[in-house]
Design a binder for this molecule. Structure first.
Ligand SMILES: [Zn+2]
Length: 352
């Protein structure tokens, strides 16, 4: 599988926050050949290790979960009410097709219905509809029929557009935040599979980032790393009408180094080490403009006595929507960058 095919597999997998099993199993299959051991912890984090000679331990983190929804009420008429899991922009939710994951493991299709514009007055037609007023239509006519289909309160769902290659090296799909990061970790493991390491390396694919950095917290506690790098798919905003000063990252400019976001102010030693690695390997890079968004590094750096933590991101446009776009070249550069970091972090950050 090449990098684009790995991203396709991960992007098309189901993994709404709290329901990451399918994507976790796919990742396990893909990374298993390149690591010494692998386990799934109580909460569902997938933790894979490469043992090295040195004492220093590096944690590479990516989150498996994606933003989605959960069924919260079943109307007598057979319509479903739903609540968000993770941050959504209400403007983009109506008139989408959804995949609902049933308890049986079966997936069914529904649509997020909207009132016909023909019957709305001018004010109703221009307002952003609150999620509370939206509903899902699976083509059922009663609560009993919903029960017969096997839909329960608490079933997760996602808006799903299949992964598609665009022209000139761009791809589109859902959940690039953070399946792009997961793809980076898998490819880094493959790149270094035959290299002997001077650090202990742990890959953590964690749950529940989108609902509050949940899996990263317990993963970091048990892994107890000296240093950590969270790999993200982050806010590309190079688009018409947005001034450059408000574009957190831009596509085509390479991996983005975070200096500060809402969850962490990255230790300047880590920022310098990352700059050094990129410059030595002649990898293009950019800075993610402070202080947009939050990442797993926010939870990881506060673990136990503290962990020197950084964030490197693949620029992605339209994250937290089902139609993210990234440039494969940026993804390849990020894989190269993190691979180089694994080889050099011992020299650059020891003792931490
Ligand atoms: Zn993310």
């Amino acid at each position: 599988m090449n990098t684009s095919e790995i991203l396709r597999t991960l992007s098309d997998s189901f993994g709404v926050a709290g329901f990451e099993t399918e994507v976790q199993e796919k990742i396990k299959e893909l990374i298993e050949p390149y690591v010494d051991d692998i386990k799934v912890d109580r909460l569902g984090n997938l933790i894979a290790r490469r043992r090295g000679k040195g004492k220093m331990r590096l944690l590479l983190d990516a989150h498996m979960d994606e933003v989605g929804f959960i069924v919260k009420y079943i109307e007598e008429s057979g319509y479903l009410r739903f609540a968000p899991l993770g941050g959504w922009d209400n403007r983009i939710i109506p008139a989408q097709r959804v995949t609902i994951l049933l308890r049986s493991g079966e997936k069914i299709c529904g649509v997020i219905g909207t009132a016909p514009p023909h019957i709305l007055d001018d004010k109703e037609r221009t307002k952003v509809i609150p999620i509370d007023e939206m509903f899902i239509d699976v083509g059922a006519t009663s609560r009993k029929e919903i029960r017969d289909i096997g839909i329960h309160i608490g079933d997760p769902l996602v808006i799903h557009y299949p992964f598609t290659e665009l022209t000139t090296g761009y791809v589109t799909g859902k959940a690039f935040d953070d399946r792009a990061g997961c793809a980076v970790l898998i490819e880094v493991a493959r790149n270094i599979a035959k290299v002997s390491l001077d650090i202990d390396l742990v890959f953590a694919f964690v749950i529940g980032e989108e609902v509050g950095l949940r899996g990263a917290r317990t993963a970091a506690y048990q892994i107890d790393p000296d240093i950590a790098l969270a790999i993200e798919g982050t806010i590309g905003a190079d688009m018409p009408g947005i001034p450059e000063a408000r574009q957190p990252v831009r596509l085509g400019k390479g991996p983005a180094i975070t200096v500060a976001d809402r969850s962490i102010i990255v230790n300047p030693r880590m920022v310098k080490a990352l700059e050094r690695v990129a410059e030595e390997a002649m990898i293009p890079y950019q800075y993610k403009l402070p202080t947009y968004g939050g990442t797993d590094a926010g939870a990881i750096h506060l673990t136990k006595a503290g962990v020197i933590s950084g964030v490197v991101s693949v620029p992605c446009r339209y994250i937290h929507s089902p139609i993210s776009i990234l440039r494969l070249n940026d993804l390849e550069h990020t894989i190269h960058f993190v691979t180089e970091f694994v080889g050099k972090c011992h020299r650059l950050l020891n003792p931490v």
